[in-house]
Design a binder for this molecule. Structure first.
Ligand code: FES
Length: 127
């Protein structure tokens, strides 16, 4: 008996069960994945998965406002690019390092649903 498409999924993927047309661009839905919580956004005709909680102080970023390719955190109004994860504005205006928003690649899987890929493994270090 041939394996079903479900059995052929790579173990390093997470199937959201959502089809692309079921995304509400104004209400990102957070998913708990093996790599943390991610929310799906529609940005310029493609689907992006970004971490649900803010890199600043873990505010509920998925509840923030989403405009174009930026999202604004509801706690301190820091803004993050949904293109590359950079912090584009912060309340203190100070320069300095801010952790980037984490992303996962999203593709349409064999069942027609949106599938997130696992993060790349960090390279092993010789020790
Ligand atoms: S927790 Fe998001 S801006 Fe502070």
């Amino acid at each position: 008996m041939a394996p079903s498409p479900m059995n052929q999924r790579k173990p390093n993927e997470f199937d959201t069960g959502l089809r692309p047309g079921e995304l509400d661009p104004d209400r990102p839905v957070p998913f708990d994945t093996p790599w943390g919580s991610f929310a799906l956004y529609s940005v310029a005709g493609r689907v992006v998965a970004a971490q649900s909680f803010c890199p600043h102080m873990q505010g509920p970023l998925f509840q923030g406002t989403h405009s174009g390719s930026e999202i604004t955190c509801p706690w301190h109004q820091w803004r993050f690019s949904l293109q590359d994860g950079r912090c584009t504005a912060r309340d203190d205006g100070a320069p300095g390092d801010v952790p980037r928003l984490l992303f996962r690649e999203v593709r349409v899987g064999p069942r027609g649903t949106l599938v997130l890929s696992a993060p790349a493994e960090p390279p092993e270090t010789a020790g």
